[in-house]
Every structure is written in C-alpha cells, then in structure tokens.
Design a binder for this molecule. Structure first.
Ligand SMILES: *Cc1c(COP(=O)(O)O)cnc(C)c1O
Ligand code: SF4
Length: 524
C-alpha cells in the first residue's frame, strides 16, 4: 500500500502510539502470528473495523505481555499509515487513537454500569411476556376452577361476570396458606376485593409475595395497621360535582367509582369500601358545565375509578361534549383496564378513541407497576391504543416488594416502552392511608432507583419521580451542585462525575438592545 511520507497524527493517536511503544517486553510467538494476520487483514480492507481490531490487539499485547509493536515487527510507518487510513475512511474523521484509545474504553466503563442490571432483570423481574407459558397454565387452571369457557374468557363481560370477589373463589383459583385465607376473609369484611380471572392468571404460584398477588389481594395489614386516615386531599379540592382541581388549568373528572380490579394500594381506597355505582348523566353534565364556565381549563383528565369502565356509549358522549368546549385543548383517560382486563379494548372503543383524538389530542394514562403485568395480550392492547391516540403514558406507584429495586423498576420501564407505553410518573406511595403503610418505600430509595436510570436506559423511558401531596411534587435530586463565576457545576447522575458548565452571561441576557433584529432599530 502507498505510504504517505509523514502522515500527520492527531493527539489521541500520538498518545495511543506512546502507550504502545512504552512496552519493553517481547511479544510471544503466538501473539506475533495473531498480530501479523490482523495487520494483513487491516492493510487489505477498506474498512475501519480491521484497523481497530489490529490496534486493539496491539493494545492487549502491550497490557498483557508488556510487548511493543516493534517487538512484533511493526515499524512506526506501518502504524502511522494504517492510522491515516482509518481517519480517511471514517465519515466523521474519528481517528484510531480516538476509537481504540478513548471511545472503546469509555464504552467499556459505561457497560460496567449496567452489568448488574442485565444479569438481574430477567431473573428478578421477568415480564409477563417471558412468563407467558406459565401464565397460560394458570389460565387453564383458573378457567377450569371457575367453569369459564373460551368465549367468556376472551370477552370483557365474561371477565367481569367471573371476577373473583370473594376469598372462596380466590382459593379455588390460587393456592393460599390457610392463615392467609383466614386473614383475607377478615380483611374483605372491610375492603372489597376484585380481580378479573385474567389478572389473577398473572399471579405466579409458589412465590409467597408475588407482585401481582400483592396488588390484588388485601392482606391483614390493611385492617391491623393502626393510624389515622387522612381524608383525601380531593375533599379540599373539589370545586364541582365529580371534579377534582389542584391546578388552574388541569382538572380531573371522576366519572365512575368502578374498577375491573381493586388495587390494595389504591389512593382512592375509600372507593374500595363502597359499592359500584353508576353516575347519572346529570352529574356528568354538571362537571361539563363547570369546565365550560372556566376558560382557564385546558386539559381534562377523565378518571375514576377507571375511565374504561364507562360503557362505549357514555365514553363517546362524554368525549364529544368535552371536545365541543373551545378552551379544552387536550384530554386524558385514566385506565388500568388494558393491564387488568385487556379484553375491553375492542374495535368500537378504538374508534371512539381515534375519533376524539382527531378532534383534539387524547392521551391514555395507565398504571402498570411490574413487568409481570405486561403479557402478549396487554402488549397487543397497548399497541392498538397507541396507534389511535396521541400517547399512552404510565403512572406507576413505587411499592415495597413489587417494584422497589433497580432491576424491577428499570425492567418495568423498558418493558412498557417496548409495549408502546411511555413511562410518565412514579409515585412515592402516599402517607395518607394506614391501610397501605406496609407497602411504602422510603423517598430516598425511589430516588436512587429513578436517578440510576439516567444514561443507562433510553431517556424517554425515564419517568418523573413524584410525591402526591396536594399536587404532584418532583422528588428528583438536584444535579446542580455548585454555582458561581459564570459557571455551574453539574453532576452526571449515571457516574457521579461532575462537569463544569459555563452559564449564559446574566448581563448579556438581561440586555435586549442588540438582540437579534432589535439591533436594526425599527427600520424607519
Ligand atoms: C394528577 C392530577 C392532575 C394532572 O397532573 P399532571 O402533572 O398534569 O399529570 C390534575 N388534577 C388532579 C386532581 C390530579 O390528580
Ligand atoms: S385501578 Fe386505580 S382507582 Fe382503581 S383500584 Fe386501582 S389504583 Fe384505585
């Protein structure tokens, strides 16, 4: 190959060469053979990778055998020519010194940050997709126990009709210790239990504290933990029938108190103690009138209970009325039904969602707390919904034993993202209700779990970590560690490393006179 007289080397390549040359030992015969073969390949191809492979092998020979390139028979000109070719081939002019001496090392150090997660994620937090064969076995067992046929299983009405509401039915579907059955019997005198057979099939037999079981079946703590219940903040924030308002421009309308399953950690736990109720149109109309009269309201959450528990007729009617209010610009539907009972997501519902979304953006906000809750069936439901609306967002609750480790929470966020759902919020479990004190996780623990996601999973899979306390308050660590002298010092959440970040000059920022077109005067 033609050699340049003296190809100029960049600083990173010179540094790499110095490192290689600092070896004082001799390469083994085997290493020499390997290097020779790699050199020939690098010299023959018009690609960067063979050159990178050769230099990586030189670097390994230096690190492992203290061998210099010269000891293996490679002169400086050979290396310089290859380095020049690398820089000439690479579209972004990355040099071999940059790639081998820096980028690959930085990449390896970054890789080490996720090793523990990658090793743990499928063991500690298998998804319902990975567990599907076992879930199918559970489904066969539960169908048989409940006498459900295939048609009933696959229909939303069938799932509701056969919902597990009492401990005897539960015990027929899931093996529970006798003590547990006694306690669930006691607790369900005060708190309602309901799980659709589909959701119950996500419970893995054999795990005492299965994360789906913990969410669906109330435990003794719910009645035994003493403490005063603090009434829901909503009682201070309900300016109109069905309406909750924390903010001037966003309101929530609680259109039903019904859910397809009742969560043991429900913030609206008061609903669990009460009966399913259908609300009259007059109530909806009053809520709509309130929204129509308050022109600041821009974004309306339709929630409950669960918005997908409304009939298609009521949902269509409500969305149409809302879309007709000029100042309402966006809507959200709050529902956990695609997770607990994906059979609800039928063609008619999808058409209603798309119809409303065509008028004004509609988001669906769901609640998925573990990767185990995502199955091929719920993934398909989310895929269909996400094809018809603006966005599908997830609000998870941080819960002890359910998602309170990096492996579990990161896996949740990645699994839902792969299922067309974007992580939005992670709530620290509320202090208001002694019924679920036992499920709370310290604020700090959640912060470590969420902060740890930065730089290690996709940015749009990183949710915001929130305390709900009369509005949603962010709990993230402040990464701005120092300020002064025109520079702020920022901490990289993924490595703890700090970096100096020159700030915009406040004086220049405040002075508008020469800004952009201002400098031309008024043109007269
Ligand atoms: C959660 C919630 C909102 C919306 O909050 P965002 O931060 O916009 O998601 C609005 N009103 C009530 C009552 C809520 O509970
Ligand atoms: S789906 Fe939501 S409202 Fe219904 S029980 Fe669960 S947390 Fe409560």
């Amino acid at each position: 190959m033609q050699q340049d007289n003296a190809p100029e080397l960049d600083a990173l390549t010179r540094t790499l060469f110095e490192r290689l040359d600092s070896g004082s030992g001799e390469a083994s015969a085997q290493t020499k053979n390997t290097l020779r073969a790699l050199y020939d390949a690098a010299a023959a191809a018009d690609l960067t990778q063979p050159i990178v492979d050769f230099f990586s092998a030189l670097k390994a020979a230096r690190e492992q055998e203290n061998a210099s390139p010269a000891s293996a028979g490679f002169g400086r000109e050979d290396l310089a020519a290859l380095a020049a070719r690398h820089a000439a081939i690479d579209e972004h002019r990355v040099t071999v010194g940059g790639r081998v001496g820096r980028a690959l090392e930085i990449r390896d150090a970054a890789n080490a940050r996720v090793d523990a997660y990658l090793a743990a994620k499928d063991v500690e937090a298998p998804s319902g997709i990975e567990l599907w064969d076992r879930i199918l076995e559970n489904q066969a067992r539960i169908k048989k126990a409940l006498g459900m046929d295939e048609a009933a299983w696959n229909s939303f009405n069938g799932q509701l009709q056969y919902a597990i509401n009492d401990v005897e039915t539960l015990a027929r579907c899931i093996d529970l210790p006798a003590d547990a059955i006694r306690d669930v019997t006691r607790v369900t005198k005060s708190y309602r239990m309901r799980a659709t057979p589909y959701y119950a099939s996500l419970i893995m037999p054999g795990a005492a504290n299965d994360p789906v079981l913990l969410q669906a079946v109330p435990t003794a703590e719910m009645v035994d933990t003493v403490g005063e219940e603090i009434p829901p903040v909503a009682s201070d924030h309900s300016p109109a029938r069905l309406v909750d308002q924390f903010y001037p421009r966003v309101v929530a309308v609680k259109v039903t108190n019904i859910c397809a399953m009742y969560c043991t950690h429900c913030l609206r736990i008061a609903h669990i103690g009460s009966e399913d109720r259908t609300f009259p149109r007059a109530a909806y109309q009053e809520a709509l009138d309130y929204i129509a009269k308050n022109e600041r309201i821009r974004d309306v959450l339709i929630t409950g209970g669960d918005a997908f528990m409304l009939s298609n007729t009521n949902l269509r009617w409500f969305l149409e009325k809302l879309d007709a209010i000029e100042h309402v610009r966006l809507k959200r539907l709050g529902t956990r039904v695609p997770v607990t009972t994906p059979q609800r997501v039928d063609a008619e519902l999808l058409d209603i969602l798309e119809g409303s979304n065509d008028r004004k953006p509609l988001r669906v906000v769901t609640q998925i707390n573990t990767a185990q809750e995502i199955t091929p069936v719920s993934r398909e439901a989310f895929k269909r919904i996400s094809g018809r609306v603006f966005a599908v967002l997830n609000q998870a609750v941080l819960l002890r034993g359910i998602n309170d480790s990096k492996a579990k929470m990161w896996k949740l966020c990645e699994t839902i993202q792969e299922s067309y759902v974007r992580p939005y919020y992670i709530f620290n479990c509320s202090y208001r209700n002694p019924q679920y004190f036992h499920m709370r996780v310290p604020v700090e623990q959640g912060r470590d779990i969420v902060e740890g996601m930065y730089g290690n999973i996709s940015g749009d899979a990183v949710p915001r970590y929130i305390a709900a306390a009369g509005g949603k308050i962010p709990l993230h660590r402040d990464n701005l560690v120092e300020r002064g002298d025109g520079v702020v010092v920022l901490r990289k959440p993924w490595s703890g490393e700090t970096t100096r970040y020159p700030d915009a000059d406040p004086a220049a920022y405040a002075d508008d006179t020469d800004f952009a077109f201002n400098k031309y005067g008024d043109g007269k």
